[in-house]
Design a protein around this ligand. Structure first.
Ligand SMILES: [Zn+2]
Length: 420
């Protein structure tokens, strides 16, 4: 299977300016071609016979019209602008299919700087086979922070995040041999915890963004206070970018550890196929979920289960995993988000809400019997959960509010009743 590998480079100052130059060339080609396509689209409004150029057409025009005007194009690898044109054309295709918005012009210095290199066998890692250096066309030997896993690859992407540079490439690997008698696991993805597994393992949410948000706000204010174009503003922007990178690193570390644990140690991983868009509509929940990086979680599980020879099962998103009693008595009742413990009125089973849900997710299979919701426990849920500490995280606040208004309503009428 094809796996991609990304690691940090250790370029010297000269190499950094070469990188920046390559990024500049790629950006220039991208913006030039974007302007051309926009122009053609306006012509097409009156004359439908004009064709939208393909990536190859665009490259031909670039070589004929643009390169002679700007000699610095020849100082960088030709694949950098070429790939930028291909990317732009793909972006426009997605726009025509209404998958995404119209591609925008790229600004200098905004994060997301990158370029593509392809020079066949010239890209080779390692002198003395230690794998700690890589040779890139037009740039030369560059040191690395860690050894590369393989001996040669054909193309790579160099990218920048804050002031750090990374190399990414794809390589062919064998699937790993794993023991066949691994257990099945169900995972409940939460807000309070990052994930709760049906075997009782809990992964805490690092809540990186929330932890750093005060510092982030301070740095953001500092950027705003500095004069535009000044070097002090540049310094402030770079500090803010570094903090953003730190947050995303903390997040990705937690998720990588979780997904590797799940895929490596289990023959089947079952997760809820959450409807993320609907979740994100609730802005307070959005903060918590965005903090965990749900999309990334699913993407990693997809390739890691392949790598470790295990299976990923998506549980039907309408399966009421948190409402059913996991001790096989088939009882089901409403579970508002504030109830942190599941109390079963049928069999007396009591369990942490998320663990109960995870166990139900583990039991799930296509066509499983879903019991009718009983009203038995609804009235008892509010006082019963008074034992648990109310969740202080504001993520559940809105949902809680809804529940609270209902409860106070009921209490009011009760009070009136007792007084009357
Ligand atoms: Zn029960």
């Amino acid at each position: 299977m094809l796996l991609s590998f990304k690691t940090e480079l250790k370029p010297n100052n000269k190499q950094v300016s070469k990188f920046r130059q390559h990024c500049g060339v790629a950006r220039h080609a991208y913006n030039w071609a974007n302007a051309i396509i926009l122009e053609i689209l306006t012509i097409r409004e009156t004359d439908k016979t004009v064709k939208i150029p393909s990536a190859i057409d665009l490259h031909k025009r670039l070589v004929a019209e643009v390169k002679p005007l700007y000699p610095w194009y020849y100082e960088s690898a030709k694949t950098a602008p070429q790939q930028a044109l291909t990317e732009l054309r793909t972006a426009w295709d997605r726009c025509f299919k209404k998958v995404s918005k119209q591609p925008r012009f790229k600004k200098k210095g905004v994060s997301g700087d990158s370029f593509y290199l392809e020079q066949g066998t010239k890209v080779k890692p390692g002198i003395n086979n230690d794998g700690k250096r890589v040779k890139l066309p037009k740039i030369g030997w560059i040191r690395l922070h860690e050894s590369l896993p393989i001996t040669a690859f054909h193309n790579c992407v160099i990218s920048r995040k804050a002031d750090r540079w990374f190399i990414a490439f794809k390589y062919e690997t064998e699937k790993l041999v794993t023991p066949s008698d691994r257990p099945v696991v169900g995972v409940d993805i939460g807000i309070k915890e990052l994930a709760v597994c049906s075997n009782g393992q809990v992964f805490t949410n690092p809540k990186a963004y929330r932890r750093m948000s005060r510092k982030m706000k301070r740095l953001q204010r500092r950027v705003c206070a500095r004069v535009k174009g000044s070097s002090n503003r540049k310094k402030a922007v770079s500090k803010l970018a570094k903090l953003h990178l730190k947050v995303s690193n903390i997040r990705s570390d937690a998720i990588h550890k979780l997904t590797t644990y799940l895929a490596k140690n289990h023959s089947e991983v079952k997760i809820e196929d959450l409807h993320i868009k609907a979740f994100l509509k609730n802005h307070k929940l959005a903060g918590a979920i965005a903090d965990c990086g749900m999309y990334e979680f699913k993407r990693q599980l997809e390739y890691k289960t392949q790598k470790f020879n295990s299976k990923l099962t998506l549980v039907d998103r309408f399966f009421p995993s948190s409402q059913i009693c996991s001790s096989c008595c088939n009882h089901r009742h409403k579970m508002p988000l504030k109830n942190r413990v599941y109390h079963c009125p049928e069999c007396g089973h009591a369990e942490d809400r998320d663990l109960n849900a995870a166990k139900n997710i583990e039991r799930w299979f296509e066509g499983i019997f879903v019991p009718e919701r009983s009203e038995l426990a609804v009235s008892s849920t509010a006082p019963a959960c008074g034992v648990d500490k109310p969740d202080s995280s504001h993520a559940v606040a809105t949902v809680k509010q809804e529940v609270n208004t209902k409860i106070t309503h009921v209490q009011l009428s009760l009070d009136l009743g007792s007084y009357g």
